[in-house]
Design a binder for this molecule. Sequence first.
Ligand SMILES: [Fe+2]
Ligand SMILES: [Fe+2]
Length: 302
Amino acid sequence: MVTIVTDGVGYGWKGKEGATADHHGADDIIPRDIRFGIVDKPTRHWFAGDIVKTALADGLSIFLPEGERFFIRSLKHYAAQLDDRELADEINGYAVQEAYHTREHEDYNRAMAALGYDVKAMERPVASALGLTTKPLQRLAVTCAIEHLTATLSTVTLRHPEIFDGAEPHYRRLWMWHALEEIEHKAVALDVLKKATANMSGWQRYLLRVVAMNATIVPFLLIFLRNTYLYAKTDGVKPGFRFWMRFLWVVSVSPGFWRRCIPLLLRYYLPGFDPRNSDDAALVAKGREWIAREMPAAGATA
Ligand SMILES: [Fe+2]
Ligand SMILES: [Fe+2]
């Protein structure tokens, strides 16, 4: 049985009978109600004073409030009809985590607006693209694809926390917290998809997954690049050849964040892909220790 316990910081998520708020299993989903105060301290080029690195992280935040509300709705639609109490409880834990993420990224994006970036113009195509999905199963398949993207980015983040060297602590903490919780709930959306498509053949389900990934990743990249262009212009930087060469260098060479993501991302195209097959226990433990060390008040949930 799965229950939620409050632990004075947020919610401790008990995934196993007998687990306590202080002794969680690696596969437990633990929503942590943490405020990072970014809206109180907006910082231009917070990522080591580097416009490209900052634009890469801020560009991701643009997708998140709208995206995470969409994920919660997609999964909650199925929670009542699956006849699987444990999965319904996992969806609940997932939704609480994503709701906290939404709240913090709304503040993050407000801070970006306070610095002069046209956040509304950058968020508009995200809402439009997500609005193109009309059927619950489409929305669920898109949620699975994006959850794999976020799990991929989070895996690389937790494997290489030194990427944040020189970053402002309040931003770095938010991204590490978010990365940990994305890994904790990486399998929930696909578990729901498996249940919701129990009457489909394995190949039909595979096609649904990969078509949704292709339909997600292309608009994601186009919107991301367009928003990076707007971002640079706001900073008075001409987004010309030199800017894009530097962008390419940062994503593919040093620190090469996107390059490190590609092999993990491609796993989604394997017919038998299941996030539960990659054991992230050590990574989750590393993330929880990091949070306990950096944010002792939140450490109660680690
Ligand atoms: Fe999230
Ligand atoms: Fe997520």
